[in-house]
Design a protein around this ligand. Structure first.
Ligand SMILES: C[S@@+](CC[C@H](N)C(=O)[O-])C[C@H]1O[C@@H](n2cnc3c(N)ncnc32)[C@H](O)[C@@H]1O
Length: 226
C-alpha cells in the first residue's frame, strides 16, 4: 500500500517547506517526559516518519539506538548534513539505509517496511507521525505498526491539536477519541500531560486567538512481556 500523500510529502520537501512542522530545537516534552519512562540505555527506539527531527539526536546522545523511517531523501540528507554527521549509505531492498553512530534512517515508504528490515524495536517515539497522515490512512498506519514491531512494544506519543474552538478546548484534558478508537484495544492509553498554547500575536483585534493543545501520551501494550 502506498499513501496517496506520498507525492505531496516529496514535493513538500522539494519546496523546502519543512519549517511548517520541523522543530529547530529538541521537543520539550521528549526531554521532560522520556526520562520518566525509565527505558534502559541501549534500547532500540523506532521513530516513524522522522523527517529531520533533532529528537533523534537527543535520543542517540542519551544512549539509545535510533532507527527512523522517512520517505524523502532530501529530509534524510538534510538531517545528516545539518548536524555535521557523515553517514554511510547502503541499499536495503526498496530502502536506502543511512547510518552514523547510533542513528540509522531507512529512506523509503513506511507502508512497505517489513519487520525484518526494521529489526527488533523496544519503544516507538511518535511525534507528528500518526497525525501527519490523512484520517482514513491512520488506521492503516496503526495496523502496519502492529505488523512490524512486537505486540509488547510501548509507544510514546506526542500530538498537537487545534484548540481554537471552545469544544476542542474543553477536551484538552481528555484522551482524544480517535486515539481511543485506534489504540485502546491493544494499549492502555495514559494522558501524562496536556498544555494549551494561545498565540495572541497571530490574531487581529477582531479575531479570536489561535490555540493548540499539545498532549503527551504513554501507550502501554496490553500484551505482557515474557
Ligand atoms: C509532520 S512531519 C513530522 C516529522 C518528524 N516526526 C518531526 O517531528 O519533525 C511528517 C513526515 O513524515 C514523512 N512521511 C509522510 N508519509 C510517509 C511515509 N509513507 N513513509 C515515510 N515517511 C513519510 C514526511 O516526509 C514528513 O517528513
Amino acid at each position: 500500500m502506498v499513501s496517496r500523500d506520498n507525492p505531496l510529502w516529496l514535493q513538500f520537501w522539494r519546496d523546502r517547506k519543512s519549517n511548517e512542522f520541523h522543530q529547530t530545537s529538541v521537543n520539550k516534552y521528549l526531554v521532560q517526559f522520556w526520562p520518566t519512562l525509565k527505558i534502559p540505555y541501549g534500547s532500540r527506539i523506532f521513530v516513524p516518519l522522522c523527517g529531520k527531527s533533532l529528537d533523534m539526536l537527543w535520543l542517540a546522545e542519551h544512549g539509545y539506538q535510533v532507527i527512523g523511517v522517512e520517505l524523502s531523501p532530501i529530509a534524510v540528507k538534510a538531517f545528516f548534513e545539518e548536524n555535521n554527521l557523515q553517514p554511510v549509505k547502503q541499499r536495503l531492498d526498496n530502502f536506502t539505509l543511512w547510518s552514523h553512530g547510533n542513528i540509522s534512517i531507512l529512506c523509503g515508504d513506511y507502508f512497505s517496511l517489513s519487520q525484518i528490515q526494521l529489526g527488533q524495536i523496544d519503544t516507538v517515539y511518535d511525534r507528528a507521525a500518526l497525525t501527519a497522515l490523512p484520517e482514513d490512512i491512520r488506521i492503516l498506519y496503526v495496523n502496519h505498526l502492529r505488523t512490524i514491531v512486537s505486540t509488547t512494544t510501548n509507544i510514546f506519543l506526542l500530538t498537537t491539536e487545534d484548540a481554537t474552538d471552545d469544544n476542542n478546548r474543553q477536551q484538552s484534558h481528555q484522551i482524544d477519541e480517535e486515539l481511543i478508537s485506534l489504540y485502546a484495544s491493544n494499549f492502555e492509553i495514559r494522558l501524562a500531560h496536556s498544555d494549551i498554547l494561545v498565540e495572541e500575536h497571530l490574531c487581529s483585534p477582531e479575531s479570536s486567538p489561535l490555540a493548540s493543545t499539545s498532549k503527551v501520551y504513554h501507550l502501554n501494550s496490553r500484551t505482557p512481556r515474557k
